[in-house]
Design a protein around this ligand. Sequence first.
Ligand SMILES: NC(=O)c1ccc[n+]([C@@H]2O[C@H](COP(=O)([O-])OP(=O)(O)OC[C@H]3O[C@@H](n4cnc5c(N)ncnc54)[C@H](O)[C@@H]3O)[C@@H](O)[C@H]2O)c1
Length: 366
Amino acid sequence: MSGKGKVKVGIIGSRFEADIHAESFRLMPEEAEVVAVASPTPGNAEKLAKRYEIPRVFTDYKQMLLEKDIEMVTITAPNRLHAQMTVDIARAGKHVVCEKPLCMTLEEADVMIDTCRKEGVLLMYAEELFFTPKYVKAKEMADQGAFGKIYLVKQSEKHFGPHGDWFWDVEQSGGGVFMDMGCHGIAFCYWFLGRPKIKNVFCQMGTYVHTDKTKGEDNSICILEFAGGAVGMIEDSWARRGGMDDCIEIYGEGGVTYADLHMGNALPTFSAHGYGYAVEKAPTTKGWTYPVFEELWNYGFPQEMHHFARCVRGKEKPQATGEDGRLVQEVLYAGYQSAGAGRKIELPFRPEGVQRPVDLWYEPIT
Ligand SMILES: NC(=O)c1ccc[n+]([C@@H]2O[C@H](COP(=O)([O-])OP(=O)(O)OC[C@H]3O[C@@H](n4cnc5c(N)ncnc54)[C@H](O)[C@@H]3O)[C@@H](O)[C@H]2O)c1
């Protein structure tokens, strides 16, 4: 490894999030370049490689890990594969960027963190909400005292359900919408408030619309109580029609701010005929729609990947780490347990031997 010049990146996976990573590096090319992609489905990696002029293509990611010049590998594969992939990447001496949620179990999280530490590589947790420009602005104002003492931080993400089959299969995902998107909200509230201790978790969830598709929950509400008195409230849905909705609300003794990720960056549009693309998860481009511009930038993905590449070069310290991912994982456990048991769960909550977080909803530990 040269340790100089642009960080050479390999991507594992070739579909939704892989495309976002590749496009993010293309949008901010100063620090890193994607030199390889690995994905098992014949043809898929080639297609991504062609779109982004990625020179090397592999069907087996372990072959990609043999490439000496690759310094950082991003994981955009289903959740159940994150832990093993992280271990393999770290053992190959490469830095890891792991998509959310970090993994399936707390045991896996420990192994991921320990292996990366032992191998001397970074484990960076891809939580783009730490880089979302509107949300970063809200945090800057909060840190400057704009809202005084904050008592409530809300984050919600809602749409009509994910694009890939594996998300609906709890064996592969570990849970439904709380696992998939609640992990964003948990990380967001924690980060926004300056990483205070989380005292307890209360959660309600159900499968309201997609009972034919999944054993996972498709709507969840989660309340976190933090040391210092602030409350986090996280709402997530795969049952909400009408495309993507991602919002925050911040309430303090001295003020309030609201941010809607997609509105204000959108063009209220009516089309009888439809057009190419409006926004993530939008079911149609006919009638009234709200197409966004610079979508990835507004989410913060390019800024996130740029930051991670700078961390590899020692120019910045990771703002989102394996430890953040592990804490989120613990709160996911506590949330499922809370929904199953119908009561608040105090942290720390680290039951051993859980196979999938959602199991704690089906059968809470007594
Ligand atoms: N940060 C975000 O907002 C965000 C958004 C979407 C997805 N994600 C996360 O990214 C990950 C991938 O989600 P996605 O939406 O891209 O899913 P997807 O179904 O679109 O793509 C999954 C990819 O993983 C690949 N894959 C499967 N098994 C593999 C293996 N053994 N080796 C290598 N590659 C393998 C598939 O071929 C496919 O290319 C998930 O963990 C998801 O939670 C994060």
